[in-house]
Design a protein around this ligand. Structure first.
Ligand code: UDP
Length: 251
């Protein structure tokens, strides 16, 4: 493969310049990090699974008209995506109390929230991604009020759709994080979904056993992280029932 210019390296992904203007290659690493990077491990095959799961979700979202950066999967670990200007916010949607909301508001993990709730966090590792209000976002101009409205309504729509998609395979979508980016077309600016949607960025619980099938298995040292991600992929129908070891068939 010809050498490509690296644009950015994050904790779980690397971005390379794409073959055409306005495109980027997103490479999924096996690295897993938590607690602001203090916990770090390499989980063999995670990148391959997240590449496939995120592809599946982005394609399904595009089918219902939720615009996103995905163009096509290139190989086991890479996908071609649209180049965007990332909005420095993490948009979190929640259906069931877990993680930081349970801690912050003294809720019991597993309790259904009165209704889905959207939250915004500032993407800033040095500050530990603090929760911010809509007024912070407007005052500091991280996103325009129009963009904010667009992100929130998209987040609710994605939540409805993905909750149904996962319910159909006996998985509860507890919460998830999405990111958005701007694309410029002439004078028009559009906000589209970017980054990834995978068990790294969602809480997914088996409906019956309540077993966690997501990154909490890594955060909380529950073991079987890859097996759980593979189970999500299998239920989504994107892995053969009896897969060859994923890392052995790298292309
Ligand atoms: N999340 C994420 N990246 C982050 C923080 C959170 O993908 O930097 C996801 C997380 O996996 C969960 C949801 O966003 O699905 C809500 O996370 P929460 O605020 O509860 O924080 P956590 O307990 O994960 O620190």
């Amino acid at each position: 493969m010809p050498r490509r210019r690296q644009i950015y390296e994050g904790k779980a992904k690397i971005l390379y310049e794409g073959p055409e203007q306005g495109t980027v290659i997103q490479y999924f690493k096996d690295d897993a990090t938590a607690f602001d990077g203090k916990k770090h491990e390499v989980l063999d095959g995670k990148g391959v699974l997240n590449n496939r799961i995120s592809e599946h979700i982005m394609v399904r979202l595009a089918e219902i008209g939720v615009q996103n950066h995905f163009i096509k999967r290139l190989n086991m670990r890479e996908q071609l995506v649209r180049r965007v200007e990332i909005i420095p916010l993490e948009v979190v949607m929640r259906n069931i109390a877990a993680g930081s909301i349970a801690k912050r508001l003294g809720l019991t993990e597993g309790d259904a929230l009165p209704r889905p709730i959207v939250e915004f966090y500032l993407k800033d590792d040095s500050l530990g991604d603090p929760l911010v209000t809509e007024d912070h976002i407007a005052a500091f101009n991280w996103a325009s009020p129009y963009e904010l409205g667009d992100m929130a309504s998209n987040a609710f729509r994605i939540n409805d759709f993905l909750s149904g998609m996962f319910a159909a395979i006996d998985i509860q979508l507890v919460d998830f994080k999405i990111e958005f980016g701007r694309v410029y077309e002439g004078d028009a600016v559009q906000v589209i979904v970017a980054d990834e949607i995978s068990p790294d960025s969602c809480r997914l619980w088996d409906r019956n056993s309540k077993e966690k099938l997501d990154k909490d298995r890594f955060r909380r040292d529950l073991g079987n992280v890859i097996e759980s991600y593979r189970e999500v992929a299998r239920r989504l129908g994107i892995l053969p029932e009896d897969p060859t070891p994923l890392t052995a068939v790298e292309d």
